[in-house]
Design a protein around this ligand. Structure first.
Ligand SMILES: C[S@@+](CC[C@H](N)C(=O)[O-])C[C@H]1O[C@@H](n2cnc3c(N)ncnc32)[C@H](O)[C@@H]1O
Length: 226
């Protein structure tokens, strides 16, 4: 393992805003903060927003700056990526940001029923040929439905036509409400939304920047789970 990675892992363990629960802790008891994120971690009542598969947490940190009235948690399995977001949040003095290093599969062990207001899925792996593993598969949508409040929202931003179309199919099958949709964010969506929403859509993640440099088109859908 590279020296950089090791020092990032070491620094993660010093951050109060990074949780790295063990498998046993999660599976046997669930996170101690489950159902109590606002009261015990953020120490304020505010809408709770997750970014799943957050990588370097560009949306977590970017949204926390744009909409400081909400609380944000980035979730990813890769410690070195989470470190990037955690370090930036610390440098910016953001008190409304946390990170959990874990598999999204454990999401029900991390958050209580109806604890969450919004979920962002940013450039999630399209899992070609492995539909069950996609973060918008029926299995995951069922989990999100449990932790989201009534009226809660899911945002999917992706370069993958496969994941975008697949998600639209899941939405149609379940007859879920679509609040916003665009097959081409920068040639369509940002030209017709408010300045505030433009700023949100203009947050560019690490992967998004790579895909834009390759000339890929970015897709977005925002929908409810009931
Ligand atoms: C393609 S990257 C996108 C990262 C970031 N959202 C971005 O746009 O730059 C996908 C990320 O999802 C994470 N990931 C994939 N499956 C996951 C899972 N089941 N649980 C937690 N993280 C996962 C990977 O570690 C990786 O950081």
């Amino acid at each position: 393992m590279g020296k950089n990675k090791l020092s990032r892992f070491a620094e993660n363990s010093t951050f109060a805003h990074v949780l790295q629960p063990s498998f046993t802790e999660l599976v046997e008891n669930g996170l101690a903060l489950r159902g109590k994120w606002n009261a015990d971690f953020f120490e304020r009542d505010a809408p709770l927003v997750l970014e799943l598969g957050c990588g370097g947490g560009e949306y977590t940190v970017g949204l926390a700056q744009l909409q400081p009235q909400k609380n944000y948690i980035g979730v990813d399995i890769k410690g070195a990526r989470i470190w990037r977001g955690a370090r930036t949040a610390k440098e910016l003095g953001l008190a409304n940001v946390g990170f959990i290093r874990t598999h999204v599969d454990h999401i029900l062990k991390c958050f209580g029923p109806q604890e969450v207001d919004e979920i962002w899925l940013t450039f999630s792996d399209p899992q070609i040929g492995k539909a069950r593993k996609r973060l918008t598969s029926p299995l995951f949508l069922d989990r999100y439905k449990q932790i989201l409040k009534p009226g809660g929202l899911i945002h999917l931003k992706t370069d993958s036509p496969l994941l975008y179309e697949y998600t639209l199919e899941q939405i149609a099958e379940r007859e879920l409400p679509i609040h916003e949709q665009s097959a081409n964010v920068y040639a369509d969506l940002v030209l017709r939304v408010s300045v505030e929403e433009q700023a949100v859509m203009n947050i560019r993640t690490f992967y998004e920047q790579m895909w834009l440099a390759e000339g890929r088109t970015i897709h977005y859908v925002r929908f409810g789970v009931q």
